[in-house]
Ligand binder design. Structure first.
Ligand SMILES: O=C(O)CCC(=O)C(=O)O
Ligand SMILES: [Fe+2]
Length: 316
């Protein structure tokens, strides 16, 4: 089981999030949990899974001697340590006020490892993450208040390719074609997106076990890891309970070769009768807040539950 600190944001912190589009949390997990999650990440990339499943959207076979970015979406389906973290009611309770939501569901997670190329490889770009807005990838979802928790599994800053945000960019709304996670040239993307608004590029400097949380319209990306160690993290994308499918959402221009348009792998999980208004709910989209005491048994995993909620339905 992954033990998680209970954090409640102050009014000032909530205001900071609304103004700036992201914030940094205190330490959420300790050294023991960090060690387990690092091992879990490595096992996922070695295709060593706890469950008799395939990854939910594609096979993730990486050449472990290469410097390419490694990531698995919905690591929580496959690995029980990641599952214990992603289903955490303490994290759900923490992010609920940021989304101004009474209930919180998991949209999906990402377990990511950015290999370290060492200080000589100043041309290293293959593990960059392009400037993007998460919601640009998620336009089939009805809520623009979704958020992302980025949990550092080592001290993280610009030296190891830490995430950077564009402060206040969530207030610009959805930017055309900002579904550019997989692009590598941050400078080129900046010229595409900068427009005439301020471009305040701020690094998320985190100690191991701390997280940043960003609004789904906050522009962010990350550059090369020029240390000798991998930069590992677990990323949890949350939605307000009640978020529904918008139906097929056409991109504004023609779909470029190799792009998915606005198709998202979460949509097929709704089944063949999905239509606009179908809630993203059910087993694949667990409600992590308010806490449901049947959750640990349903998902076969131990959860670190606030003492005052163990054995209740979480509604008090
Ligand atoms: O890991 C990174 O540098 C960026 C990850 C990301 O895009 C996210 O957490 O939404
Ligand atoms: Fe992102």
């Amino acid at each position: 089981m992954i033990r998680v600190e209970e954090v409640r944001f102050s009014k000032a912190e909530l205001a900071e999030y609304r103004e700036r589009g992201y914030l940094v949390t205190p330490r959420l997990i300790g050294d023991e949990a960090i060690g387990r999650l690092c091992r879990a990440a490595d096992r996922l990339f070695e295709l060593d899974y706890d469950r008799p499943l395939y990854p939910f959207d594609r096979l993730y076979h990486y050449d472990l001697s290469s410097l390419e970015l490694r990531k698995v979406n919905n690591g929580w389906w496959l690995d029980d340590e990641v599952r214990s973290l992603v289903l955490s009611p303490k994290l759900g309770a923490m992010v609920a006020p940021l989304m101004e939501a009474a209930g919180v569901r998991v949209w999906h997670d990402q377990v990511v490892s950015k290999p370290g190329a060492g200080p000589e490889r100043t041309d290293y770009r293959e593990a960059n993450i392009g400037w993007h807005q998460d919601y640009a990838h998620w336009q089939v979802a009805s809520s623009e208040r979704m958020c992302t928790l980025w949990l550092a599994l080592q001290d993280t800053d610009l030296a190891n390719g830490g995430m950077r945000t564009i402060v206040g960019s969530h207030r610009l709304g959805l930017i055309p074609d900002a579904d550019s996670f997989h692009e590598k040239d941050l400078d080129l993307l900046r010229t595409r997106y900068a427009g005439d608004h301020p471009w305040i590029d701020e690094p998320c400097v985190l100690k191991a076990g701390q997280a940043s949380i960003h609004h789904c319209l906050c522009m962010h990306g990350s550059g090369p890891n020029l240390t000798l160690e991998p930069r590992r993290c677990v990323i949890i994308h949350y939605m307000p309970d009640g978020t529904s499918y918008r139906g097929r959402v056409a991109p504004p221009g023609p779909v470029k070769a190799g792009r998915k348009g606005n198709r998202h792998a979460n949509v097929p999980l709704l089944g063949p009768n999905a239509r606009a208004g179908t809630p993203f709910a059910g087993e694949a989209f667990p409600r992590v807040w308010p806490f449901d005491p049947t959750l640990p048994a349903r998902y076969g995993v131990d959860l670190d539950v606030p003492a005052d909620l163990a054995g209740t339905d979480g509604r008090g």
